[in-house]
Design a binder for this molecule. Structure first.
Ligand SMILES: [Zn+2]
Ligand SMILES: [Zn+2]
Ligand SMILES: [Zn+2]
Length: 124
């Protein structure tokens, strides 16, 4: 079996995603033994992205190795894509309505205003 055949023997080709069925690293990304070392499966298949670029999963499936589900994006853009997908603030409150677009958490804002008022009361 060639290394390439071994690679594809670990991939489950579905109707949409091509899922990696072998081991993943702690971040959930596919890992592959290339005969010399354990490497990340996606760069092994597609090559490393250009400096400053990341590969983003359009399907949001970290274990997917389907080339057309992966898009090279600049790292700053990548961070923005994921921030826009987030549905809750860092404290786990759901963004809603107008705040969803601005990524401002009303619950956290209310809480910090309340805290600030309380502190003011203590001082005065
Ligand atoms: Zn996919
Ligand atoms: Zn991504
Ligand atoms: Zn919040």
């Amino acid at each position: 079996m060639t290394t390439e055949e071994r690679f594809w023997s670990k991939v489950e080709i579905g109707e949409t995603c091509w899922l990696w069925t072998a081991g993943c690293n702690t971040y959930g990304y596919p890992m592959f033994w290339d005969g010399v070392a354990t490497v990340q499966a996606i760069p092994w298949l597609l090559g490393h992205p250009a400096p400053g670029e990341h590969r983003h999963h359009l399907c949001k499936n970290k274990r997917c190795v389907r080339p057309d589900h992966l898009r090279a994006v600049f790292s700053a853009q990548h961070v923005r894509i994921h921030a826009a997908e987030r549905k809750t603030c860092p404290h786990g409150h759901l963004y809603s309505g107008r705040n969803a677009r601005q990524r401002v958490c009303q619950t956290c804002m209310n809480e910090s205003t309340r805290r600030w008022r309380r502190r003011k009361k203590v001082i005065s």
